[in-house]
Write a protein that binds this ligand. Structure first.
Ligand code: MET
Ligand SMILES: [Zn+2]
Ligand SMILES: [Zn+2]
Length: 420
């Protein structure tokens, strides 16, 4: 049912909608309009702003609220500007309309959950803390980055390698997380590693009517079947409740390409000499890589079957000390109890820390050894990232701002005798 909001809250919701209406979907995200909108919000709050352009036309915004002791390690709040594409015909409201359903309060837009909500929540939380007279001890930075959805090579990867980043002296990063079906917020201490695998098969072409061995299609289908068997085994562990989905290996087919195009579709009486298939693979950070490589070479894509594969791995799998990319979410990490307590004192619940099924820019910060949590305060919300009809309820969005007020004030006031 619809809730009643204050005038300030209505303004916050309207800022969210305005941001959602900017078409930041790949393959041609409107980075310039997004940047000018975000910079004008930052100006209205009185934040310092810096626009970095590591790659032309891919702005990365750095917003700063200076702490009273800027020599202390700072807090960095990260959000990506870009979104995945949407298929408008399959949505109940156009994906860049940010339509707010008056009955439910759902705001429909690509990016509503992933992850434009947090960018505006960071900003509005800071606006409200500033208004209340709060002054941070540590500096707080917001980074608004391009290209996360396509691997981050021209975005966060360049950012963390830059002199500007080094100068921030970041002590803790918060990045995006995922919605929660229950009333407990979720928090993520690691991401799965993102791989892409492209399998190509070649074989003898021939008449569509002929039965013979060694066609490209037959070989590729053998590969797909071997992968499907492995996928079933991994998925069965999830279905049986033995492991969470983020702690198994997922291998999902994402495209198939074969056949000879014709004006009316495809030539049907020819068996093609080439066939190709793409897979999205996600690996738990502690995965046994040798075992998987052996499986790929022996079971999935045996070279003797005239198949080859390409593996694309975007981003680091280990940090500078050769350690897997995990941020301790326990008392050994002094930031953890501060974060956890801040969520609880805002009147909310926090679920047991998890590994994220998908992958975020957090891996670039973790690779530098910087503690990084994934967190998007969306409780009692269906998980709709990259799906049709992505939405966030107005009330959930507004509550998230309050949660960040608590988190930002706690983290930025946190004092510790030792190095951090
Ligand atoms: C491949 S880098 C990550 C891109 C996106 N966030 C995903 O999980 O698919
Ligand atoms: Zn995404
Ligand atoms: Zn995202």
């Amino acid at each position: 049912s619809a809730s009643v909001f204050s005038e300030d809250e209505e303004t916050q919701i309207s800022h969210f909608q305005q941001y959602l209406r900017i078409r930041t979907a790949h393959p041609d995200p409107e980075y310039t309009s997004a940047a000018s909108f975000l910079l004008s919000l930052a100006d209205s709050i009185g934040l310092q702003t810096l626009t970095l352009e590591f790659v032309p036309n891919k702005p990365l915004l750095l917003l700063t609220w200076l702490g009273s002791d800027p020599s202390l390690p700072s807090i960095l709040l990260n959000s990506h500007i870009d979104s995945v594409p949407a298929e408008p015909d399959k949505w109940v409201h156009p994906p860049f309309s940010a339509t707010r359903d008056p009955a439910t309060g759902h705001i429909y837009a690509r990016g509503a959950q992933d992850d434009k909500c947090i960018a505006i929540q960071y900003l509005e939380a800071i606006r409200s803390l500033k208004k209340s007279g709060f002054t941070p001890l540590r500096s707080i930075h917001i980074s608004l980055v391009p290209d996360e959805e396509i691997g981050g090579a021209d975005g966060s990867m360049k950012f963390v390698q830059s002199e500007e980043f080094r100068k921030l002296n970041v002590g803790l990063v918060l990045d995006e997380g995922q919605a929660s079906l229950s009333d407990e917020f979720r928090v993520f201490y690691a991401d799965r590693l993102p791989w892409r695998m492209i399998v190509k098969a070649t074989g003898s072409p021939g008449h569509g009517s002929r039965m013979y061995d060694g066609t490209a299609m037959e070989r590729l289908m053998d590969c797909a079947e071997a992968i499907a068997r492995f996928r079933d085994c991994q998925f069965d562990m999830v279905k049986a409740g033995i492991r969470p989905a983020s702690e198994v290996i997922s291998v999902n087919p994402v495209y198939m390409k074969a056949g000879t195009p014709s004006p009316s579709g495809f030539v049907m009486n020819m068996q093609p000499s080439e066939a190709e298939m793409g897979f999205d693979i996600r690996l738990p950070p502690t995965v046994h890589l040798e075992q998987l490589m052996e499986r790929i070479n022996k079971e999935w894509v045996p070279a003797y079957k005239n198949m080859s594969y390409t593996l694309i791995k975007t981003g680091p799998a280990r940090d500078c000390n050769g350690k897997v990319l995990l941020t301790p979410a326990n008392e050994s990490n002094p930031w953890w109890p501060v974060f956890k307590q801040a969520v609880i004192s805002s009147g909310n619940k926090l679920a047991k820390p998890e590994i994220l099924s998908s992958t975020t820019d957090a891996r670039f910060m973790r690779a530098l050894g910087i503690p990084t949590f994934g967190f998007s305060p969306m409780a009692s919300t269906p998980i709709l990232l990259h799906d049709h009809n992505e939405f966030l309820k107005d009330e959930v969005f507004v509550k998230g701002i309050k949660v960040y007020e608590s988190i930002i004030s706690a983290l930025s006031s946190f004092k510790l005798a030792s190095s951090i």
